[in-house]
Design a protein around this ligand. Structure first.
Ligand code: GAP
Length: 446
């Protein structure tokens, strides 16, 4: 049973997301659409920043990992070879005989959690989403929306290997949408039918796979911590042999302590030679690897790190969400109000700098502030705001995680300097306008 505080925190995050333009329910004017969500202007910035941070970490920091962007729609043989069309990629579905609500069999006991009615016997339900190519909807034009981005990588193994002159071990990474016909989408963007994955497939010698499986678990945990997630909010859950996905020899989940409880954030698998050997068999193309030095020929084993973009975003938001009682900002009068601060990591914050004229009815201040905004926005994601008291504007920026506020006041006009306020320490310092770009570059660089 979830505690009311946990539900309340989740509701507060959902409400902030809607109110401040992070995430909206999909097709809301038509009453929404099941588990669909749309990322608003700030949500899309946050999402891009997460993807950028991952890309930088996985690809730019490793000379032997390269990127790929493969298509969502693929030859349906891919999914036969991968085993996704079989029972292994199914959930157990149960239905309440009274209210007809459907649930995942492993998440409920034998009574309906909604109305107490009796549940049907569980039956297997395949999660692949179907569609048709061409004008006629017949069996031969049936195709699938990809259920993981990984398969696009495996079928390009030889293309990438040959065109990039790589040697095992090496990795191929990609970010993209995946689709699953989930029985029970839930917890906001945690489990949806359309979501994004950041996957890296590491091709290695079979004897090294277990070693790399351990290595990548550690590396991936470090990434979340580097971007602000506390150690105690992360844990590794090793998957027992009987619960492994159909393709895996070893598996572990990185779990995060979400407001609704511990949940999977990322999956790490040792997939053995499942994928390359099956694709070889089904396609008739030899996807084995010939070691140029030892002349040994083998199917490389694959160790994958598979993270959800949406789940990461929810984890970063949950971690950053803070409520601070009483006024934080010196310029606001003492108050019992609660201030919301989103203490997002500097690389993730959607807006880096807000430029604020102290008041908006002084032409010179507004002009100066706009000039500063025009200069800074070339280098950093900035927002200009002149509406409301300065205290209120600081709070509005804190609530969306803006790192710095630049305030243009009367002294600015004489001394050509501004006040820079830090979101977290709330310390204010005077900085010359001419030095602002360098000042922020230093603050925001690695
Ligand atoms: N290629 C391996 C793979 O797809 P997975 O454990 O099925 O492994 C990996 O999925 C990650 O994708 C999960 O840890 C999660 O972050 C994300 N994910 C999976 N299903 C999801 C869903 N229905 N909604 C949102 N994210 C999902």
């Amino acid at each position: 049973m979830r505690s009311p505080q946990k539900i309340e925190l989740m509701e507060k995050i959902i409400s902030l997301c809607k109110r401040r333009g992070f995430i909206f329910p999909s097709s809301e004017i038509y009453g929404g659409f099941g588990s669909g969500y749309d990322y608003g202007p700030l949500g899309v910035e946050l999402k891009q920043n997460i993807k950028k941070a991952w890309w930088k970490e996985m690809i730019y920091k490793h000379e032997n990992i390269v990127g790929l962007d493969s298509s969502i729609l693929m030859n349906p043989q891919v999914w036969r070879a991968s085993g996704h069309l079989k029972a292994g990629f199914s959930d157990l579905l149960v239905e309440c005989k009274k209210c007809h609500k459907r649930f995942k069999g492993d998440e409920v006991k034998n009574v309906c959690p909604e109305c107490g009615g009796k549940l049907t016997q569980p039956r297997k339900f395949n999660l692949m989403m179907k569609t048709f190519v061409g004008p006629v909807e017949k069996e031969s034009s049936l195709i699938y929306l990809r259920a993981e981005t990984a398969q696009g990588i495996y079928v390009n193994f030889k293309n990438v290997l040959n065109s990039m002159r790589l040697k095992v071990p090496f990795g191929i990474a990609q970010i993209g949408k995946a689709f699953r016909n989930e029985i029970n989408p839930k917890n906001f963007i945690y489990r949806t039918r359309e979501f994004e994955q950041m996957e890296m497939e590491w091709f290695c010698h079979p004897k090294d796979a277990s070693k790399f499986f351990d290595y990548w678990k550690k590396e991936r945990i470090k990434w979340y911590q580097k971007l602000g997630i506390k150690k105690e909010h992360l844990r590794i859950k090793e998957i027992p042999k009987d619960d492994l996905p159909h393709y895996a020899k070893e598996g572990a989940d990185i779990e995060y302590k979400f407001p609704f409880g511990w949940g999977e954030l990322e999956a790490i698998h040792n997939r053995g030679d499942w994928d390359l050997s099956n694709h070889s068999r089904f396609s008739g193309q030899d996807l084995s690897y010939l070691d140029p030095e030892t002349k040994e020929r083998y199917f490389p084993y694959i160790v994958e790190t598979s993270a959800g973009v949406d789940r990461s975003l929810l984890a970063f938001l949950s971690e950053a969400y803070q409520e601070i009682k009483g006024a934080r900002t010196k310029t606001t009068k003492p108050t019992k109000e609660v201030e919301i601060v989103l203490s997002l990591n500097k690389d993730l914050a959607p807006i880096k700098i807000a430029v604020l004229p102290l008041v908006r009815n002084k032409k010179e201040l507004v002009k100066k502030a706009k000039e500063i905004y025009q200069t800074l926005k070339i280098f950093f994601r900035c927002q200009y705001d002149e509406v409301g008291s300065i205290g209120r504007r600081y709070r509005r920026q804190d609530e969306i995680g803006t790192l710095f506020a630049v305030t243009v006041d009367f002294e600015t006009l004489q001394k050509e300097d501004v006040t820079v306020r830090d979101r977290d320490t709330m310390e204010q310092e005077r900085v010359k306008i001419k030095d602002l770009v360098e000042f922020f570059k230093k603050k925001l660089e690695d």
